[in-house]
Design a protein around this ligand. Structure first.
Ligand SMILES: [Fe+2]
Ligand SMILES: [Fe+2]
Length: 176
């Protein structure tokens, strides 16, 4: 019975660490895009990218906190390598794909936690899915604007402020 309980916990810790590794990748990917967009003087897009990277930091920490509560060790490894030197079109297309993949993975992880009877972790994954959905919508919308409006859209963004104003709050507006 005790061994069975330990096995259940280990399965939950394993998916939490997989999710954390995905978050660590997203943080690095979005930070890289943030300073490149800033360097190209697309202030508004750069600010939003920075805020989303901060959202992903909060997610990575939420997963770590839960892993620690379960007696596990949070991973420091990220899943996949960071793409560099992307065109502005490629950034939004690939980020939308990444968020979509994340939502799919978290839905699977959520199911595994349900099977293990860990309702707290199930809730954590459900909350994360909602937050990633906000990112996905934003990337899809921006990708659409760039595709349909092209330079007209980008001309409106060029030269806009790149100041986040405050270090508090992320793109999904949550304070956790
Ligand atoms: Fe995330
Ligand atoms: Fe995300």
């Amino acid at each position: 019975m005790v061994a069975n309980k330990k096995g259940k916990k280990e399965k939950v810790i394993d998916v939490l660490n997989k999710a954390r590794a995905m978050e660590l990748h997203a943080i690095h990917q979005y930070m890289n895009q943030h300073y490149n967009l800033d360097d190209k003087d697309y202030g508004e897009l750069a600010v939003k990218m920075k805020l989303i990277a901060i959202d992903e930091m909060r997610h990575a920490e939420s997963f770590a906190e839960r892993i620690k509560k379960l007696g596990g060790e949070p991973t420091t490894q990220r899943e996949g390598s960071v793409k560099t030197g992307q065109s502005i079109q490629a950034i939004y297309k690939s980020n939308a794909e990444q968020e979509d993949t994340t939502i799919e993975a978290y839905s699977q992880f959520c199911k595994i936690c349900q099977e293990q009877g860990d309702t707290i972790t199930v809730r954590l994954f459900e909350q994360m899915i909602e937050k990633e959905q906000i990112h996905l919508n934003y990337y899809e919308n921006t990708s659409g604007h760039i595709k349909i409006l092209g330079n007209i859209y980008l001309a409106k963004i060029a030269g806009t402020a790149s100041d986040t104003g405050s270090s508090r709050g992320g793109a999904s507006g949550s304070a956790d």
